[in-house]
Design a protein around this ligand. Structure first.
Ligand SMILES: O=c1ccn([C@@H]2O[C@H](COP(=O)(O)O)[C@@H](O)[C@H]2O)c(=O)[nH]1
Length: 243
């Protein structure tokens, strides 16, 4: 267990997004990181380039892997994809909550039968989206309302948690309870470029708002010294920064 500002989470709350072009870049970055201090995330770019092999290599190196493929398809297809992910032995997987109740039910059922099921997380509203994006898609809800709707659907279907911005964490904690995992991308250290992200918070803010896991990509991976950047973030969230 790691203590983060008084809240205890199992293992490190930091998940480094290995958004790099190939297996060799991912493995050489991972070799500089300590699996005791972070988990890693394999997303669409790396998985499409390097496939299951890179997941297995990262796990052999001691990392728990979040396979971030955000499945969103008909229930049967999602269920089968999740069984394949579970066979890889990953720690966390995700689906889009917008796939709806029957897709979420199929996802939960698919993993229930697995010997070591990964944590199953529903994506609410991407952290790259804001009110204008939702309006253009025809949604009349605010971002906060839509995130809450998708999170309560996810919780009622029996998933383990959601991907959201830490900005929504207090409301989701109240609505979905202490055990519901809040996985938060859109993390930027002070002064970093938000780039395509729209709902952004700092690592310390995310933890103070009640996030369980902080997904951090470019603030670590685009840094001149990723190890130093990660250590600074860990110090910031443990309350050691600038003391
Ligand atoms: O709503 C979401 C869901 C997933 N992501 C993923 O997290 C990382 C964030 O990377 P940064 O470089 O820290 O912006 C990236 O892999 C996304 O695919 C997200 O950002 N928002």
């Amino acid at each position: 267990m790691t203590e983060v500002l008084g809240r205890r989470v199992p293992g490190s709350p930091v998940i480094v997004a290995l958004d790099v072009a190939d297996a060799s870049a991912a493995l050489s970055l991972a070799a500089r990181l300590d699996p005791q201090l972070c988990r890693v995330k394999v997303g669409k770019e790396l998985f499409t380039r390097a496939g299951p092999a890179v997941v297995e290599q990262l796990q052999r190196a001691g990392f728990e892997v979040f396979l971030d493929l955000k499945f969103h398809d008909i229930p049967t297809t999602v269920a089968q994809a999740l069984r394949a992910a579970a066979d890889l032995g990953v720690w966390m997987v995700n689906v889009h909550a917008a796939g709806g109740r029957r897709m979420l039910d199929a996802a939960v059922e698919a993993l229930t039968a697995c010997r070591r099921p990964p944590l199953l997380i529903g994506v609410t509203v991407l952290t790259s989206m804001d009110a204008s994006d939702l309006a253009e898609l025809g949604y009349t809800e605010t971002v906060a309302e839509r995130v809450l709707r998708l999170a309560t659907l996810t919780a009622s279907a029996g998933l383990d948690g959601v991907v959201c911005s830490a900005q929504e964490a207090p409301a989701l904690r109240r609505a979905c309870g202490e055990a519901f995992a809040l996985v938060t991308p859109g993390i930027r250290t002070a002064g970093d470029d938000a780039a395509d992200q729209r709902r952004v918070v700092t690592p310390a803010e995310a933890v103070a708002l009640g996030a369980d896991y902080l997904v951090i990509g470019r603030s670590v991976t685009a840094s001149a010294d990723p190890v130093m950047a990660l250590n600074a973030i860990l110090a910031e969230i443990s309350g050691d920064a600038a003391r």
